[in-house]
Design a protein. Structure first.
Length: 133
């Protein structure tokens, strides 16, 4: 699993109870932003509208800019049978959500995305991590 670096924080790992896309996003939001539950519905709608992109064959990526974080935060939902996502040939086992500060620089955002992509290409984002939920 990736180590924390200047460009990429250590992922928050969420073991998902279901492979449903909406359930996965809700669980990820609860773990990544536990003190901001009143904002979850709006973020959920925004993430659902944008949709995930394949990062690797087993990892899907989503990202959002939000004033709820002051530095990049990554949460990865994991389900052994995969997560049902439209447009994917097979369900990815991991759904990574990158939360970036709304006021963050584009350069910082791109560095974090690049570090996340490198970590994903090197293997899983959740291997050897202790699940939060």
């Amino acid at each position: 699993a990736p180590e924390e670096s200047a460009d990429m924080p250590r992922p928050i790992v969420v073991t998902l109870r279901s492979g449903s896309f909406t359930d996965a996003l809700q669980a990820i939001l609860e773990c990544a932003l536990p003190h901001d539950r009143s904002e979850h519905a709006a973020l959920l709608r925004e993430l659902q509208q944008v949709g995930p992109v394949p990062l690797t064959a087993t990892i899907a990526l989503m990202h959002v800019h939000t004033p709820l974080v002051t530095s990049a935060r990554i949460a990865v939902g994991w389900h052994p049978d995969g997560i049902a996502l439209a447009g994917f040939s097979s369900p990815p086992r991991e759904l990574a959500v990158l939360f970036n500060p709304a006021t963050g620089s584009a350069e910082c955002h791109l560095r974090t995305l690049a570090a996340l992509a490198r970590a994903a290409r090197a293997g899983t984002l959740v291997k050897s991590q202790t699940p939060v939920v």
